[in-house]
Design a binder for this molecule. Structure first.
Ligand SMILES: NC(=O)c1ccc[n+]([C@@H]2O[C@H](COP(=O)([O-])OP(=O)(O)OC[C@H]3O[C@@H](n4cnc5c(N)ncnc54)[C@H](O)[C@@H]3O)[C@@H](O)[C@H]2O)c1
Length: 468
């Protein structure tokens, strides 16, 4: 006789993801990878179809593999309606966009709509449900905007409904690792049941959990991104001073960052921060501080320095290349950084715009972001318009170039072979990331100008406000 052990009822929480963009998909897959059962929904049918078929709608190393594994394991599935999502998942994570408005405040339209849709879908559902705001929102939003919508529209109150904030800290380019192995989890709740649910959902991650109020959790996210943005801006100011002092910025930053109180991560000179989060989040906190009758001066400084850095980078290009009209410039790296196809707030856009406006022909390349760049690109108006050509290979970008500008440090660019240099009319690289090994550059006959002195070209840095 076979004795069957009683099967232990699984008490793992079920997760519902609303919005399968960069953040929502990675978050949902991380829960699945940690053994939770995840259902996911996106308002766009084409995104649902792609994800259900194991195709990620955007480029991120390791994500497609994770998706296929989790689909096969039956822990991750795509549903066709919010109603099904609400029926099957206890915790519903809102992962929809929160874009910037021109004045810096965030546009809560998509979040409100998704909260309304989820709330309506909750009406016929029985049992406890927790609505979690995972999108990045200014402090106060979960309690003063999302909670009233959800409780009114769902008709639920009290013990049957929880509302929480749970900001996400993953970064594009390292999303899979960041989501599956987060450094910390931040949750914001105002009732014990919601907090217990989230703690249980995150237990398999074995990461420290910081439990705050919803506004506190929301502020952690903005404070973190603002601090990181400030670190980048700080490094860029030190790079500019290094240029003027004739000091190598990498050596300085390495020594500064070695102080454990400071740390070297994100202390890296470059073209300034881009991407969908830093600029948007810092501007949102600056705006919120003003609404509160206060000031967020360090956030303001991070943004201003970032603007200055773009002007500085463009001045360096002009002083290295000379008048741009009729020049041919290869622009390498269109994504806001390597490792992603995201071009939101990419520095490649204003750089291409400036080169174009000043009459250059820009031959632009990226291993994965060309299509997104094409969609984001609007030729600037005005006289002196140059040309923008999107090309499929680096040699095509470099053909006859008067200079190349390295905007994103994709590994393939850093393997620069001699044949690439020979394609160029002038073997000059403006390495905005200080990424190409200088020994390699010498071997392949390339003159490199970076930011922060110590460049073999020895081109003097432009004076502030120097004209083309
Ligand atoms: N991208 C990141 O690296 C990152 C990191 C941390 C936090 N965040 C935050 O996460 C949020 C989402 O950012 P993202 O980059 O993933 O945005 P995204 O634009 O890539 O994705 C948003 C997705 O939501 C879907 N959507 C919109 N409205 C919907 C609705 N009502 N119902 C269902 N789906 C809907 C869209 O179709 C889209 O696929 C933002 O608040 C952002 O600040 C992003």
């Amino acid at each position: 006789m076979t004795v069957r052990r009683p099967t232990r009822r699984t008490t793992r929480p079920t997760v519902g993801i609303v919005g399968l963009g960069y953040m929502g998909l990675a978050t949902g897959l991380a829960f699945a990878a940690r053994g939770l059962s995840v259902h996911a929904f996106d308002i766009k049918p084409e995104i649902r179809a792609a994800v259900a078929a194991g195709r990620t709608p955007y480029h991120e190393a390791g994500l497609a593999r994770l998706l296929q594994d989790q689909l096969r394991a039956g822990r991750f599935g795509v549903v066709d309606s919010v109603a099904t999502l609400a029926e099957r998942s206890e915790g519903l994570f809102l992962c929809v966009p929160t874009p910037s408005r021109p004045n810096g405040e965030i546009d809560l339209g998509p979040l409100r709509r998704s909260a309304e849709e989820v709330a309506e879908a909750l009406r016929p559902v029985r049992g406890f449900r927790l609505v979690v705001v995972k999108s990045t929102v200014v402090p106060g939003t979960t309690e003063s905007v999302v909670a009233p919508i959800v409780s009114e529209r769902s008709g639920r109150t009290g013990a049957g409904l929880g509302i929480a904030s749970n900001p996400e800290f993953l970064a594009e380019g390292t999303m899979v690792r960041d989501a599956v192995e987060p450094a910390r989890i931040v949750i914001g709740t105002s009732d014990a049941r919601s907090r217990a649910w989230l703690e249980r959902a995150y237990r398999p991650f074995r990461a420290p959990v910081f439990a705050l109020t919803p506004s506190g959790a929301e502020l952690v996210k903005y404070a973190s991104n603002s601090f990181l943005a400030l670190k980048v801006s700080f490094a860029n100011e030190i790079a500019r001073l290094s240029d003027r002092l004739g000091v190598n910025v990498d050596a300085v930053i390495q020594a500064v960052g070695h102080d454990p109180r400071i740390g070297d991560r994100f202390l890296k000179a470059g073209p300034g921060f881009g991407g969908s989060c830093f600029d948007k989040d810092v501007r949102a906190l600056v705006h919120r501080a003003e609404e509160l009758g206060d000031r967020f001066r360090s956030g303001d400084a991070a943004l201003r320095i970032n603007d200055d850095q773009l002007a500085y980078v463009l001045d360096r290009v002009r002083s290295a290349v000379g008048p741009l009209r009729g020049k041919r410039i290869a622009l390498l790296g269109l994504a806001f950084k390597d490792g992603t196809d995201d071009v939101r707030e990419s520095r490649a856009i204003p750089i291409a715009e400036a080169l174009f406006s000043e009459g250059a022909t820009v031959r632009a390349h990226d291993p994965v972001a060309v299509e997104n760049f094409r969609r984001a690109w609007t030729p600037p108006n005005g006289t002196g318009a140059g040309e923008l050509v999107l090309v499929a290979t680096v040699p095509e970008a470099l053909e006859g170039a008067d200079a190349a500008v390295l905007q994103a440090a994709w590994p393939e660019y850093l393997r620069w072979p001699g044949a690439w240099t020979r394609r160029m009319r002038v073997p000059l690289l403006l390495d905005l990331r200080r990424a190409l090994d200088r020994g390699r550059a010498r071997r392949v006959g390339l003159t490199v100008i970076g930011l922060g002195a110590g460049d073999p070209a020895g081109t003097p840095p432009p004076r502030p406000g120097a004209s083309p």
